[in-house]
Design a protein around this ligand. Structure first.
Ligand code: PLP
Length: 466
């Protein structure tokens, strides 16, 4: 069968009521052009690789903006109170993505000094002023350094406090600086969801957040601090979640504790429900739409607040994967083919676990195509191997593709999340370039790492140098 046939329901989208990007394998602008090549954002993928080299991340601006707009507008539609969508930058933090999402009114969840720096720099360069910036940035992390906490206090952004040590450190730092900090408390809600163990965060056995039985002591402690302003509660239950029920349950747990914190006299105004909506990586994946997820979350919080007689808080959600994953594809150049009769056929590509560590880390699956052979039958079963010195560096096992030849361009769909951001220099392979495509134009947004980049941090002790 042709990939185009299988994906015919996903072909070209140009209407105002776009489908939910996270329910598709391909970016919204994907089409097959008259050369039978794959085209994204009006750009021929084969030509992009000729121009920018391989491997290449290709980011479709329209799909990215559509995700942002759907999240933002769904909260406006389904939540009667104030709301703010913030992007979980860890999915892919780079200046162009920050700038695009900010222009759609999205804020940012950052988990390190580096993400905070990238975000503030991109916002400043895009013309946002100090107040706009700090209002929409939230610093996360279960082991923030003192330097990171100071950076956040100085930037005036909000801090999501994860544990006792951090709370105590923050109390000392803010008192010493005589500068107050706005914080949210991260709690572990004890909600189970069905996803990979490494990306499940909401159950009791998690490294993140305060246990529920600690919270009253936390509230008491905060009450005694002069420079800590606790403005909200936060929970995040996991990632790549296809069920809606856990998010529904979360509303009740958060509202219970929100009420208790108010009873303690804390001035809470914000409720942050985390992220976690799954996306479609393979044909059998069937995640809910962005709008349905938002509707569930918004309705659960509204109902839970009404039942407890609470005024509606400002509702915050922090999607990462579902905001960015579908917007991006990775293009590789095919090398050799190894046929082991009656066992398996391998084809090798010029990247792998250093630009996409998800298969080796989470056994993740992906859909693929050959960008120059979009009209051909997917008739051959092959295993796509990366080029790293590691037997486990396999991008996918036993996938159907057209008959491939060296120099064909293989594309992997839905690589926008947790690919570039988890990329490494394993085997001293430079990280690929990323290009933004929109309406037939392409712009480089991340340079390809050069050999010089690879040795930039290396130093030779003088006694070893000539
Ligand atoms: C990872 C993470 C997110 C985003 O999760 P996605 O599954 O990518 O939407 C949001 N909030 C927190 C605290 C996270 O750790």
């Amino acid at each position: 069968m042709l990939l185009t046939e299988k994906l015919s329901g996903e072909k070209l989208v140009n209407s105002s009521n776009s489908p939910s990007p996270n329910q598709r394998l391909l970016p919204l602008t994907a089409k097959i052009n008259d050369k039978n090549h794959l085209e994204i954002g009006g750009c021929d993928v084969v030509d992009l690789v000729k121009q920018y080299g391989s491997p290449l991340y290709i980011l479709d601006e329209k799909t990215l903006r559509t995700c942002a707009i759907q999240y933002r507008d769904a909260f406006k539609e389904y939540y009667p109170g104030e709301s703010q969508v913030i992007y979980a930058s860890k999915a892919w933090s780079c200046m162009a993505i920050v700038s695009i999402l900010a222009s759609e009114g999205i804020g940012f969840d950052v988990v390190s000094g580096g993400e905070l720096f990238t975000t503030t720099k991109a916002l400043e360069m895009s013309g946002y002023n100090g107040d706009d910036i700090k209002e929409k940035i939230y610093l996360h992390g279960n082991n923030k350094s003192i330097a990171e906490l100071e950076l956040a206090i100085d930037a005036g952004c909000k801090i999501i406090v994860d544990n006792w040590l951090e709370l105590e450190t923050l109390a000392q730092l803010t008192a010493k600086k005589e500068q107050s900090a706005k914080i949210l408390i991260r709690l572990t809600p004890g909600i189970e969801c069905h996803t990979h163990e490494y990306i499940r965060t909401g159950s009791i056995d998690s490294k993140f957040g305060f246990d529920l039985n600690q919270l009253e002591a936390v509230f008491t402690f905060i009450k005694e601090q002069n420079f800590i302003e606790c403005i909200g509660l936060h929970a995040h239950i996991g990632s790549q979640i296809f069920e809606l029920e856990p998010h529904n349950d979360l509303g009740g747990v958060l509202a219970d504790w929100f009420k208790k914190a108010l009873d303690y006299g804390l001035p809470l105004t914000e409720l942050n429900v985390g992220g976690g909506l799954g996306i479609r990586y393979t044909e059998s994946d069937d995640p809910p739409s962005i709008a349905d997820w938002v509707k569930t979350v918004a309705t659960a919080v509204t109902k839970a607040c009404e039942e407890r007689g609470l005024a509606l808080p400002k509702l915050i959600a922090e999607p990462g994967r579902s905001m960015v994953a579908t917007s991006c594809i990775t293009a590789y150049t095919v090398g050799g083919k190894k046929v082991i009769p009656d066992v398996r056929t391998y084809i090798s590509v010029d990247g792998g676990m250093s630009d996409n560590p998800r298969p080796i880390t989470y056994q993740s699956l992906y859909q693929m195509a050959i960008a120059s052979k979009m009209d051909q039958e997917h008739s051959e079963t092959v295993t796509v191997a990366g080029k790293h010195c590691e037997s486990g560096d396999i991008l996918i096992k036993d996938i159907q593709l057209p008959d491939t030849n060296p120099n064909d361009i293989l594309v992997v769909f839905a690589t926008g999340a947790y690919n570039y951001s988890m990329a490494s220099n394993y085997n001293r392979i430079g990280r690929p370039a990323a290009v933004l495509v929109n309406e037939g134009e392409s712009s480089l947004i991340i340079r390809r790492e050069t050999y010089d980049d690879l040795v930039r941090q290396d130093l030779l002790p003088t006694r070893l140098a000539q």
